[in-house]
Structures are given as C-alpha cells and as structure tokens.
Design a protein around this ligand. Structure first.
Ligand SMILES: [Zn+2]
Ligand SMILES: [Zn+2]
Length: 337
C-alpha cells in the first residue's frame, strides 16, 4: 500500500510502499485512512530530529493526527461497524506494562518504553490503511467528520486544561495562552468554554492571519506584554514562551508547559514559592481526553474552525513537511484518494 514517511537509510522523507494490511485479528479493526493533519512534530520528524522506525525496519510512515473510517471489524470487535468515523489515539503501552500503562493511562507512562504511531517505533497514518485495537479508537459523529482532524491536538489541550483547573484553587477566572497556532487557539477556546476570561499572546503583529484568527474567535490578542492570568498555557514551543508563561501567572496561578524545549534561564523560584504557584508539563492524552475533545469540538463555532483547515492531496506531503511553514493554521492531506 501507499504510505509516506522517513527512510532512515537515505535520510529522506518520501513515498514508501508498505505491505498491504492483514485481516483484523481479535478485537481489532481495519481502517481506511481518510485524512491526516500535519503539525510541528511532523516537521521535526521530516528533519530527522525525532522519530524511530519499527524494530527491524528502516522506514517509518509518519502521521498521527488522523481521521479514519472503519472498513472491517475483526472477531470480538463489537464497538464499531463498517463506515463508522473514528480518530485513533497516538501512544501504545510499554511492554511489560508499567503501572500507568496497566491502568489505561499510557499518556502517563513512567518507563519511557511506550510506542507512538507515526513517531516512535510504529507506522503512522500517512498510509492507505491501518489496523488498531478498537480500544485505541474514539468514535466521531458523522456530522463532525470535517473537523475531526482537530481531535488529536485538542486532546492534548483537554488533558492540560483539566489538570490545570484541578490544581487551581479557588475557581480560576482568567486564562492566558502563549502561542497562536492550532494548539494555542484550541486552548483559548477550551478555556473560554470552561467559563474563563481568556487572552492570547503571540509574537505575530496585529493583522497577521494568526492574530486575526484569535480575534475572529472573539478573544483578546496581545503581541506585547500580556495580562497575568490564573491559568497559563504555553503552546508556542519556544524557550521565551516558556519563561514568559511562568512569569505570567497571578498569585495561586497554574501554568502548563506544552511545547517549550529545555533551557537555562532565570527561573523565579522564590516568586513561585511566595505566590503558591504551580508549573507542570503535560504530553499526550488519555481516552477520556479524546472523548472530551469530541464533545467540545461539537460546541465550538464550526465555520471558524473550518477556516483554519486547508485540505490538499497526499502528493503535497513533502512540500508541506519540508517547505516553508505556510500561512495555513492546519494543513490536512487527503490520504484515501
Ligand atoms: Zn501533532
Ligand atoms: Zn508504560
């Protein structure tokens, strides 16, 4: 079958030919991949700064933001029927399973031995077909299929925001998101849905498509110093964003770091102590986060979200991954052409 990914021998991102899928086994489902979104992780993969092929293989099909339809169900798989729309999760348990993986929370894997579709040791969804256990799939109502490519990035946001709101006491009133990419926008909309007054900070000047996308959501945009907030979400993936996020908490504030890399710099330890503030990191998402993502997606203004998505053919994958980061918020490739 057709696939697209990384050839670790020649260190190029290119079309691959993978074996056609076997029939689905016990509890498994055969999927036809309809589309796959591209994010910063995919661009890191295409630059060979990240990623690992399946054991014993020399290539890795990428793609972890997927929307699929069920083609065939294996014996014992009763949750789905052919034609159903689904979004697969990304991470698979470590083996032997650690305490977190054993209790169904592989997003909290503590052994580091987990695998990730399209990233670490398992082929991803830039491939015509995929096989998954039905427990790794989240059902998507047909009416939401057009936006379902946002479910995986939104699941990351759901996990971080649920943790932040749980930690913050008393009830949080204000939210600040650093970064105006798809994850930042989804974080801002989710915080607002939870009843917070929200602002977004990013470096793009006013009038830039990303700044406009924030304002179109009815959310305050700041390219200069942002207001302090109870809940701060770093979604820009830079050291500066991480440090700014930590310094942008109100007393009792909670800050989630989602993308900033390791750095040395001024960390205001004493300020954190005196103001009872919390900083935490968050990665991946649990099955409940995926379900919350689907529920919230249905509540967001669909016309606005549709405007973030630019769909193109699968033959444009190398251009999207290796070319300049374009002006579109979310480039999505039609895989099942
Ligand atoms: Zn991604
Ligand atoms: Zn584990």
């Amino acid at each position: 079958m057709w696939a697209f990914g990384l050839d670790f021998e020649s260190r190029t991102a290119r079309e691959l030919t993978l074996p056609d899928p076997r029939p689905p086994g016990w509890g498994e489902v055969l999927l036809r991949v309809e589309e796959a979104g591209v994010c910063g992780t995919d661009r890191e993969l295409a630059a060979f700064r990240l990623g690992r092929p399946p054991e014993g293989e020399l290539a890795l099909a990428i793609g972890h933001e997927a929307v699929c339809r069920v083609l065939e169900t294996g014996p014992g798989a009763t949750r789905f029927a052919p034609g159903d729309w689904v979004v697969p999760s990304v991470r698979r348990t470590c083996s032997p399973a650690c305490a977190s993986c054993s209790r169904g929370r592989r997003d909290l894997c503590v052994s580091g031995g987990y695998l990730e579709r399209g990233i670490f040791g398992l082929h991803g969804y830039c491939a015509e077909f995929a096989i998954d256990r039905e427990s790794d799939l989240t059902p998507i109502p047909a009416g939401l299929a057009d936006l379902a490519v946002l479910v995986e990035p939104l699941s990351i946001v759901e996990k971080a925001i649920a943790s932040a709101l749980r930690i913050h006491e008393p009830e949080a009133e204000t939210g600040l998101v650093i970064g105006a990419g798809p994850v930042g926008l989804l974080a801002a909309m989710t915080l607002r849905l939870r009843g917070l007054r929200v602002a977004v900070h990013s470096l793009e000047p006013r009038g830039h498509p990303r700044a406009r996308a924030v304002e179109q959501c009815g959310i305050e945009y700041h390219s200069a110093r942002p207001p302090l907030a109870d809940i701060v979400i770093e979604a820009a993936g830079t050291v500066q964003a991480g440090l700014l996020a930590i310094r942008s908490m109100r007393p009792l504030g909670v800050c989630a770091i989602l993308g900033a890399p390791n750095a040395s710099g001024p960390v205001p330890f004493m300020d954190l102590i005196v103001a009872n503030q919390t900083v935490f990191g968050s990665v991946n998402a649990s099955p409940a986060d995926f379900e919350r993502a689907v529920a919230d997606l249905a509540l967001f203004p669909s016309a606005l979200l549709s405007g973030w998505i630019h769909r193109t053919g699968r033959n444009a994958l190398s251009f999207t991954l290796l070319g300049e980061a374009g002006r579109y918020l979310k480039v999505v490739h039609r895989i099942g052409e």
